[in-house]
Write a protein that binds this ligand. Structure first.
Ligand SMILES: O=C(O)CCC(=O)C(=O)O
Length: 267
């Protein structure tokens, strides 16, 4: 049989290259072997009955995706991140007493002096690294004597969200008439894209999430509200979160007792 150069040489050279694994095109049998190997690597190895179970990585109680998957923005909800025991009650009472003794801060809006509807304190692990927190045209100076409750909240954030959390803004809402209006924690002092966690103690309130007017209409239509029970933690995460969404704690007629929040941040 006579082969013309044009018909046999391209085929021969392709077979040789396939045999040596040099070409991207593979035969069906090669592809089957590769798929089986990939699946074997991805599949969890079957455990024999005598092997101890690996401890499961703790996961949030719920994860809510905001923005119809158009952006990277999630809310993780942890219902019991701090054991609700006598030590917790003492620590919450200590921080609440400190804040109750603070004056409500004022800020300017459209030239008018307004009073914040909550009391605040800002704590930093290293006050040289985070000397103050500036927001809404006001600045809260960092205090170095971090209460044990705030340390515990920062510890939880560092354990679950990769470390580097170094400060917390605490808010005391005396009752349901206190609130924080819709805003974004998009101050440039925050580490870009870092999660912001809010820990809740005392009266249950809700956090409301809305899309910024600058975002796509599909996102703007949806409002999400999440309950914040005593001892829970809510993490706002994803690189687009603060760029695309606002959050706030609206007034709540039913809340007659105080709520303390510890908002943990990375500066
Ligand atoms: O009280 C809260 O849980 C939220 C407070 C908050 O949004 C803030 O401090 O920026």
């Amino acid at each position: 049989m006579v082969f013309s150069d044009r018909s046999i040489f391209p085929r021969l050279s392709r077979w040789v290259m396939q045999a040596e694994g040099l070409t991207g095109r593979s035969r069906p049998a090669d592809r089957d072997r590769a798929t089986t190997a990939r699946r074997a690597m991805a599949a969890p190895r079957k455990r024999s009955a005598c092997e101890p179970a690996e401890p499961a990585e703790p996961a949030p109680d719920s994860v809510i995706r905001l923005g119809r998957d158009l952006v990277d923005a999630r809310v993780d909800v942890w219902l019991r991140c701090v054991p609700a025991d006598a030590r917790l009650e003492q620590e919450v009472a200590e921080v609440s007493r400190t804040l109750a003794g603070r004056a409500r801060r004022t800020f300017r809006m459209f030239g008018k002096v307004c009073t914040m509807r909550r009391r605040q304190a800002f704590y930093a692990l290293d006050t040289a690294a985070a000397p103050e927190y500036r927001f809404s045209g006001t600045a809260v100076a960092a205090e170095p004597d971090m209460p044990p409750l705030v340390r515990r909240c920062i510890g939880f954030a560092n354990q679950r969200y990769g470390g580097g959390f170094n400060a917390a803004l605490c808010n005391l809402y005396e009752d349901g008439t206190d609130y924080i209006s819709q805003h974004a924690d998009d101050e440039p002092a925050h580490a870009p894209g870092s999660p912001v966690l809010t820990f809740s103690f005392g009266a249950e309130r809700r956090m409301l999430f809305t899309a910024k007017p600058s975002t796509a209409t599909a996102m703007q239509q949806r409002r999400t509200s999440v309950a914040l029970p005593h001892g829970s933690c809510l993490a706002m995460r994803g690189k687009d979160f603060q760029r695309c969404f606002l959050h706030g704690v609206p007034k709540a007629a039913a809340a007659t007792a105080a709520r303390l929040s510890v908002t943990v941040r990375k500066f």
